[in-house]
Design a protein around this ligand. Structure first.
Ligand code: R1P
Ligand code: URA
Length: 292
C-alpha cells in the first residue's frame, strides 16, 4: 500500500509550496547546494543563469537556475541541525511525494546535496583558508536518534571509541554522539585532489559545544585537547561546524547523496581567525559548482 501523508504531517501552503521553504515541487533540481547564511545564496546565485525561482521565508532562501547547463537549486538552511531536519525533509518531500495525492511516488528520485559552509579547524594541516570535505561526521546534535535505522547507517565502533576516548557519561553530550559517513562517490568528485578529507564534528552550538569558553566555564575543560588527540583507524578529527551530521545522516536514510565542504575561518589549535573571507568562499563555491 502507498504511504499517505495527512495535511498535519506534510504541510503544504495554499500556493502549492512546501511549508517552511515555500518551494514548489517543479522548482527543485536534482543537484542541490546548501549554505547556512541566506546572504550566501545570492553569491551562489550570481553564478547561475536561467533563474526559475527566487523565494525566501525566514532563514530559508532558495534559487534554482543553471550553471554551465547543469540545473542547480541553492537553499540556505540557517544555523544548526534542527534546521537541516526541516530542509532535508521538505526537499525530500518535494522530490519523492506527490503533492496532489499526498502519496509517496513509486520511484525514488535521488538528490545530490553539497553543503558549502565555514568551520573551525582543529589540526596543524587545517589552517585558516583550508577547504575540508567531510568524509565522516560526528553528530553532537542527537537528531538521527529519532529516526529508525540509525544504528544500521552509523559507524558504531567509531562511536564507542570516541566516547571512551572522551570519557564522557551522564549529561555530557547526551544523547551520545552518532558517527555517519558522507557519500563516498560524491566525496571523490567534490574533494578532488586539492581538499583535505576530514572528520567533522557537528556541534550543537558555537561556544560551549565547540569548547569556546567566554564567561561560563566549560563542563569539560579538556574537551578540545582530547578531540584534537583522538585517533581511530587512521582518522583524526579535523573541524567543527554545526550541520554536516544531520545532512549526511538524513541523506543516508532517505537514499540521497550528500557531503559537506567547509572553509576554515578559525584555527582553534593556533588561535587564529579570519573574518574577511568573501573571496575565498567564492572560490570554494565555483569549485563545487564545477564538480557537482
Ligand atoms: C556558525 O558561525 C555557523 O557557521 C558554520 C556553522 O556550521 C554554523 O552554521 O557554517 P555556515 O557558514 O554554513 O553557517
Ligand atoms: N563555524 C563553526 O561552527 N565554528 C567555527 O569555529 C567557525 C565557523
Amino acid at each position: 500500500m502507498k504511504k499517505y501523508f495527512a495535511s498535519s504531517e506534510l504541510i503544504i501552503n495554499d500556493d502549492g509550496s512546501v511549508f517552511h521553504l515555500h518551494v514548489k515541487p517543479e522548482w527543485l533540481a536534482d543537484k542541490v547546494i546548501l549554505v547556512g547564511d541566506p546572504g550566501r545564496v545570492a553569491l551562489v546565485g550570481s553564478h547561475l543563469e536561467n533563474k526559475e525561482c527566487e523565494v525566501e521565508s525566514r532563514e530559508f532562501k532558495t534559487i534554482t537556475g543553471t550553471y554551465k547547463g547543469k540545473r542547480i537549486t541553492v537553499v540556505s538552511t540557517g544555523i544548526g541541525c534542527d534546521n537541516i531536519d526541516i530542509v532535508m525533509n521538505e526537499l525530500d518531500a518535494l522530490a519523492n511525494i506527490d503533492f496532489n495525492t499526498r502519496e509517496e511516488k513509486p520511484q525514488l528520485r535521488q538528490l545530490e546535496l553539497v553543503r558549502i559552509g565555514t568551520c573551525g579547524g582543529l589540526q596543524p594541516n587545517t589552517p585558516v583558508g583550508t577547504f575540508i570535505c567531510s568524509q565522516k561526521s560526528i553528530g553532537f546534535d542527537g537528531l538521527l536518534n529519532f529516526y529508525s535505522g540509525r544504528n544500521e547507517v552509523c559507524d558504531l565502533p567509531f562511536e564507542r571509541a570516541f566516547l571512551n576516548h572522551m570519557g564522557w557519561s551522564g549529561n555530557m553530550c547526551a544523547p551520545a554522539p552518532y558517527v555517519i559517513d558522507a557519500n563516498a562517490e560524491l566525496i571523490e568528485r567534490i574533494a578532488g585532489d586539492d581538499m583535505v578529507r576530514g572528520v567533522t564534528i557537528a556541534a550543537g552550538g558555537f561556544f560551549g559545544p565547540q569548547g569556546r569558553e567566554l564567561r561560563i566555564p566549560l563542563a569539560d575543560p579538556k574537551q578540545n585537547e582530547k578531540i584534537e588527540n583522538f585517533e581511530y583507524n587512521g582518522y583524526r578529527i579535523t573541524n567543527f561546524e554545526m550541520e554536516s551530521s544531520a545532512l549526511a545522516g538524513l541523506s543516508r536514510l532517505m537514499g540521497h547523496k550528500a557531503t559537506t565542504v567547509c572553509m576554515v575561518i578559525a584555527n582553534r589549535l593556533i588561535k587564529e581567525a579570519n573574518t574577511g573571507y568573501k573571496n575565498t568562499i567564492d572560490t570554494l563555491i565555483k569549485t563545487v559548482l564545477d564538480r557537482i
